[in-house]
Ligand binder design. Sequence first.
Ligand code: MN
Length: 288
Amino acid sequence: MKKIKEILTATTRSHWVGDGFNVRPVFAHLAFTLDISPFLMFDYAAPREFEATDQKRGVGPHPHRGFETVTIAYQGEIEHGDSVGNRGVIGVGDVQWMTAASGIIHEEFLSHEFLKKGGTLEMVQLWVNLPAKDKMLAPKYQPILSQEIPVVELPDNSGSLRVIAGNYAGIQGAATTFSPVDLWDIKIKAGKTVELNVPAGHNAMLFVRRGSISLDGNKAGTGDLAMLEREGLTISLQASEKASVLLMGGEPINEPIVASGPFVMNTEQEIRQAMMDYQSGNMGRMQA
Ligand code: MN
């Protein structure tokens, strides 16, 4: 059995990314540390009402290099455009897996359709590191629609699991990754227990988005993050009430992390190069 290493209780601290995303930094002091590798950062926009408007809301063109951004829309819609020419809407249940790699410039807004009527937004943006050997590959973009994500019914009618990435019980996830990553979106029914296997040696964390769960004698409530020990294989989750959890697991990338704003590289020199490449236009330009 895997043991709990630490439970980070839900932060009430939040900040705005542009004027569209009011997010809580779920990884807190662990962000950008090897303790959670290959994950870097996790912004959670808890459910929030937006009034109808004709204005744009979100964040305008900005660069990224050296890692991947994974955006999951739970409620509301996000519109994306980038320097490679990709454009799209991330709707409810959809996931956008964007590999910035050598560099991309993109913008992220609440969708025009969503803002026209107004409504509730709830989303996640998870940053996943790339191994050094892949940081300067060409950027890549995986727009994954909800219906493309395998949904597995869990044993004993205990709930369901969406395999966004990785492998659950032989079912391959929808996203391709550069290092072993499991990203599973799990719903557990009230009173049920779910057992999950995450390979020994991998870092694994569970974010409780709704409800509360018990695991290894600890309780994790809404907004909490449970960090598991690398040792052991199986995690057993009990839901006393209906719960939704996001499991993030992955093989640690044991390479130095040097993060500066939108760039995550291995050395200071590479960060300086990223800034120069962005400023000189070598990272590409937004396309109209
Ligand atoms: Mn971005």
